[in-house]
Write a protein that binds this ligand. Structure first.
Ligand code: PMV
Length: 338
């Protein structure tokens, strides 16, 4: 068992092709639907965790600034650290210093990379197992989508068995299985209005369409999974777009309706459809924010990026490709179960 009290980890965001939206009602932060994502290279969160007996509480520094102790982000970080302390026997509080090289909390999946990096760095610093399944389960208890960023490439997260509190993502195919390209059309700077946890709670409790979303998600998950195995771009696009649109439809039908889109979001969807009608390999997906994530091939990427930049309301584009699992850059890992 490692006793290094300090570790640094890097993790990447992931984009779900089969969406997770809504939690099971039996607690433990378990998802109501299976999901499948691609971990990205090109965007990263770097997080340092240092346990320190001189600290009176857990501290979070984000992008160079101290976050207030009573802020939601600090509470979620402290919740994960409590689990690490309970499992490792360590008692010190920790200083957590984290930075993203992309916009935070704007629907660019920053919570996924943030909690995957935190789970790995905290586990290493506390001498717990840094095996990806252990890191995935620990991260999932705070942010479901973060479970998937523990692994690289194409990653799935099932719903788990009733009564089982443990649930980790599993890798489906490596990043080089299928060299897709992603172009993110950024349609707004700054944080989103409704975070994904609040948004899904509101959808689960008030949307008459939520049960329909839960009923249809497993078949879409299976279609996404089969298309990835077969490297069938058209089939993947059809299933991924249906997953995103049905997820958003469930929120739009909540009371009051929850709409993450702006006018530019809709304009980008229209442009993706025009590009596809002209024969370009493109499909879109949208998370809990106004940006549109467009999947294409490496050959078509530059043309797609130019077309998206020309859409009114698109501020800029970010390019990414399938990438690697979360990893330690300082501190020793241990894959034995501590
Ligand atoms: O786990 P969270 O709270 O980051 O929720 C993520 C939900 C979506 O990004 C909208 C979909 C997904 O599967 O990543």
């Amino acid at each position: 068992m490692s006793t290094v009290p300090r570790a640094i980890a890097i993790a990447h965001p992931n984009i779900a092709l089969a969406k997770y939206w809504g939690k099971r009602t039996d607690g433990h932060n378990l998802p109501a639907v299976p999901s499948l994502s691609v971990t990205l290279a090109g965007l990263a969160t770097t997080t340092e965790v240092a346990f320190d007996a001189a600290l009176e509480r857990d501290e979070l520094h984000l992008g160079g600034a101290a976050v207030r102790p009573d802020a939601e982000a600090t509470r979620r970080v402290a919740g994960l650290l409590d689990r690490v302390r309970a499992a490792s026997g360590r008692r010190e509080h920790a200083r957590v210093v984290s930075s993203n090289d992309f916009p935070t909390a704007a629907g660019l999946a920053s919570s996924a990379s943030a909690f995957a990096a935190l789970a790995l760095a905290a586990s290493a610093a506390a001498g717990l197992s840094t095996a990806p399944e252990a890191v995935s389960d620990l991260a999932r208890k705070t942010s479901v989508s973060a479970a998937r960023s523990a692994f690289g490439g194409f990653v799935e997260l099932r719903v788990g068995r009733p009564g089982d509190e443990t649930l980790a993502a599993t890798p489906l195919a490596s990043a080089d299985h299928w060299p897709l390209a992603v172009v993110i059309a950024v349609t707004r700077e700054g944080p989103k209005d409704v975070g994904s946890s609040d948004g899904m709670r509101h959808t689960v409790t008030t949307s008459p369409y939520f049960p329909a979303w839960v009923a249809s998600a497993p078949a879409l998950f299976a279609a996404v999974r089969a298309a990835i195995h077969a490297r069938d771009f058209a089939a993947l696009g059809a299933a991924a777009e249906a997953s995103a649109l049905r997820m958003h439809a469930s929120s739009i039908a909540a009371d009051p309706g929850l709409l993450y889109w702006t006018g530019a979001t809709v304009e980008v969807i229209a442009e993706v459809r025009r590009l596809r009608a002209r024969g370009e390999p493109v499909f879109f997906t949208i998370d809990a924010g106004p940006h549109v994530k467009v999947f294409t091939t490496p050959e078509a990427r530059d043309a797609v990026s130019r077309a998206l930049l020309a859409v009114p309301g698109v501020l800029r584009t970010i390019a990414a490709v399938p990438g690697e699992a979360a990893r330690l850059v300082l501190g020793s890992g241990s894959t034995s179960s501590a």
